[in-house]
Design a protein around this ligand. Sequence first.
Ligand code: ADP
Ligand code: ADP
Length: 230
Amino acid sequence: TAHISLRGVTKKFPDRRNRTELTALDGIDLDVAAGEFVVVVGPSGCGKSTLLDLLGGLTTPTSGRILVDGKPVTGPGLDRGTVFQQYALLPWRTAQGNVEFGLEAVGVPRRERAERAREFLDLVGLTGFEHRHPHELSGGMRQRVAIARSLAYDPGVLLMDEPFAALDAQTRESLQDELLRIWERTGKTVVFITHGIEEAVYLGQRVAVLTSRPGRLKRVVPIDLGARAD
Ligand code: ADP
Ligand code: ADP
């Protein structure tokens, strides 16, 4: 499992309408320790997705530095698994096939792929659903498949961009508990993005609050997990 360090991370986009620049993120300093669960919260447009895109290596900072386990992020990599709001599952593949997909890319042998896919589907509570296609699964189940797929190749960091936002409240709550259980079992570093403050304080060990225009880190709030009533 990996630690993350952001130093003075700024991201600007060209703003064509005003022929100026839009500062999506401004001078973000943040450290996430190995095995820590940090939630980033803030209003729409404060740069949450941009921050996750930067961590995922889908885009590069205008200035500043992002290190994962001391190494600069230069692009997408298998040291970081990502779960998006939209499931991004392959519709023609089964749950099992979707989890195996990422393992094929890293050259895991066929038999081990199947075994590992079953193991991670079990971890997310989908034993018995291995051979279903995405359209035969509920929204919550599809998101479980996406989580299993991200974890299967053992990334040091799990990046989650509003993964439960499209789910109904009841499914969201059960997936939140499921995620906490998985996090406790795997010890992964998690960076979780949400605009829901209740989700943030329920899941996070620390909550990083962003303000918009420009996106600045307002404060980082530790959560007293002793107060988790379960
Ligand atoms: P959030 O996820 O918190 O809603 P985003 O990271 O999507 O915020 O966006 C932050 C700001 O950056 C917004 O003002 C948005 O319009 C702008 N932005 C995001 N991506 C781009 C882009 N590719 N080009 C131009 N502006 C962008
Ligand atoms: P969210 O609020 O869920 O992050 P957005 O509508 O802000 O969704 O962004 C959706 C996608 O569009 C993101 O990939 C973001 O980078 C891109 N985007 C956001 N604003 C702009 C913009 N002004 N110009 C170009 N792309 C943008």
